[in-house]
Design a binder for this molecule. Structure first.
Ligand SMILES: [Zn+2]
Ligand SMILES: [Zn+2]
Length: 343
């Protein structure tokens, strides 16, 4: 393998296990940096990508978008970074910088978002990646790389809506799902001063949810407990995916309450409460660059960190299987054990 070749793990077709895949690195544009990858988290979005859930996947597909590594090459117009800098990259690796939303500083809503993903053309389950330097974030010095990796997608995904939709500290917030996103959402919500209730279908997660900072814990299927908190929440953050029984959840929102979807659950519901209680269902997608930088320093200042299982990247299929089976506690980060990783 030549020094410039990239070794990644790719799905060759829909739903296939990943297999080693070598390719030439992308050409470095003037704003770009090449980052030699040390760590990459495993996010459910990677699995959705492999399965072409979003109908945008191009195969061979190298997933991975919770990346930390070291800058190994710098474009001519990327003066903010230099070789050797430790940086992190989340789901977004670039944007058009000229559409209506980019010009408003909401570049995560870029009109060209499909081509803005870090995994275009190939993502972070690999030895290196090329991204726009403006989407490569310096990591606080004391923050471990595996911690930063998870914050770059899971962290920003929960932090951004907590700031945007819950601006008063006294609000009552319910976090649905205590997994990769949820266990971080509890920590951020607590640090932001909200009263936090964790709502999970796994009763065995109660102790850990309270340890992450939840004030209360409710089992999702426990109708009696849900009835006790009727009209109890200003905001529900749904981090769960799959099928969800929405009606009891709408009943625990206050009038004018908000349900924010962070994952991609199936949504089919009776609109009666939605309309009569003036509820809002809102989608929320990662966050902009300002929020990303704020989130990293907020997490560092408040000691917010994911629970991590570290695994070698060569075991990526095993890692994906654990995430699919809801066994990861709470996030898996792959470290790069690839011999001959490029420079
Ligand atoms: Zn993600
Ligand atoms: Zn744009």
């Amino acid at each position: 393998m030549s020094l410039s070749t990239v070794l990644g793990y790719a799905a060759k077709a829909v739903g296939q296990p990943l297999e080693p895949f070598t390719y030439e690195p992308s050409k470095l544009g003037e704003h770009d940096v090449r980052v030699s990858i040390t760590h990459c988290g495993v996010c459910y979005t990677d699995i959705h990508g492999i399965d072409d859930y979003y109908a945008i996947t191009i195969y061979p597909f190298v997933p991975g978008h919770e990346i930390v590594g070291y800058v190994s090459a710098v474009g001519s117009a990327a003066p903010a970074l230099k070789e050797g800098d430790r940086v992190g990259i989340g789901w977004q690796g670039r944007s058009c910088m000229q559409c209506e939303w980019c010009l408003q500083g909401e570049e995560h809503l870029c009109r060209d978002i499909v081509r803005s993903g870090t995994w275009v053309p190939y993502g972070g389950f690999s030895t290196s990646v090329v991204v726009d330097s403006r989407f490569a974030y310096p990591i606080p010095e004391a923050m471990p790389s595996e911690v930063a990796a998870v914050l770059l997608c899971a962290g920003i995904t929960v932090y951004s809506p907590l700031l945007k939709y819950a601006a008063q500290p006294s609000l009552k917030i319910g976090i649905i799902g205590v997994g990769g996103l949820g266990h971080l959402a509890i920590q951020f919500a607590r640090a932001l001063g909200y009263e936090v209730t964790a709502i999970s279908s796994s009763p065995e997660k109660k102790e850990q949810a309270l340890a992450f900072g939840a004030d209360h814990f409710i089992v999702l299927e426990d109708q009696a407990s849900l009835r006790q908190v009727e009209f109890g929440f200003d905001l529900l953050l749904c981090t769960a995916h799959g099928k969800i029984n929405w009606e009891p959840l709408l009943e625990i929102l206050k009038k004018n309450g908000r349900l924010v979807l962070l994952g991609f659950p199936s949504v089919a519901l009776n609109p009666t409460d939605l309309v009569a209680h003036q509820l809002s269902i809102i989608g929320s997608f990662i966050g902009n660059r300002v929020a990303m930088r704020e989130m990293l320093s907020f997490a560092q200042a408040h000691g917010i960190a994911p629970w991590i299982e570290l695994m070698p990247m060569s075991q990526v299929n095993h890692a994906i299987q654990r995430v699919k089976e809801n066994k990861a506690r709470y996030r898996i980060v792959l470290f790069n054990d690839t011999v001959g990783a490029d420079t």
